[in-house]
Design a binder for this molecule. Sequence first.
Ligand SMILES: C[S@@+](CC[C@H](N)C(=O)[O-])C[C@H]1O[C@@H](n2cnc3c(N)ncnc32)[C@H](O)[C@@H]1O
Length: 209
Amino acid sequence: MTDVRPQDADERMAQFFDGCAAQGLMAEFDEGERAKLNGFLRRWAITPGMRVLEPGCGGGRLTAVLSEATGPTGEVVACDLSKAMIAMARERGLPPHVQIRQQPISFIDRPDGWFDRIICLNVFPHFADPAMILSHMARLLSPEGGALWINHFEGRDSLNEFHRHAGEVVSRHELPTSEAMDRLMTGAGLKVVELEDFSGSYQLKAVKA
Ligand SMILES: C[S@@+](CC[C@H](N)C(=O)[O-])C[C@H]1O[C@@H](n2cnc3c(N)ncnc32)[C@H](O)[C@@H]1O
């Protein structure tokens, strides 16, 4: 999306995902996704009391799971561009330690190193300016045991192929190659410490460099 300003791209994307919400897409995890999510949760190792940031929370299906993992002594901050997705997330009536914001991730502000986990589930390819967003998330990530995760329920090749046919707005939204991802992370002051790209899932863990 080199010819579209990031804020214009975000506006078009918000409308696209409003449409997805109206169709009930991504409202809940299906059985296969739930099994993969259980594997992701083990790797994320979220313990009670942790502070978790969830960019692109959509309709809040993961937010609900994260809020149980942190418990009331922790904090979950979830945000999304789409008004309709955020409405769906708010309808869940999640507990007070969960904050749900209709904002781009770049607007979420906290002191440096505030979050123990930043969980990007099914969202990274949609970031209009990934270098800027990664730098922002790097600032918010704790240098002591903090981890940024990028997860998908399918591998890079099939995800990129899916997006090519999922509508004009997302047709060029791609998960970068591992080399490009390394460069993006390094530029943001992060380093990739784990990367698994299988046909049925994609998992990347980055920490402060
Ligand atoms: C494919 S959906 C995934 C939603 C959710 N993570 C899930 O798996 O159910 C991607 C979401 O990311 C949101 N999004 C994209 N760029 C964003 C940004 N810069 N800040 C916040 N949300 C963003 C979109 O509005 C959309 O709802």
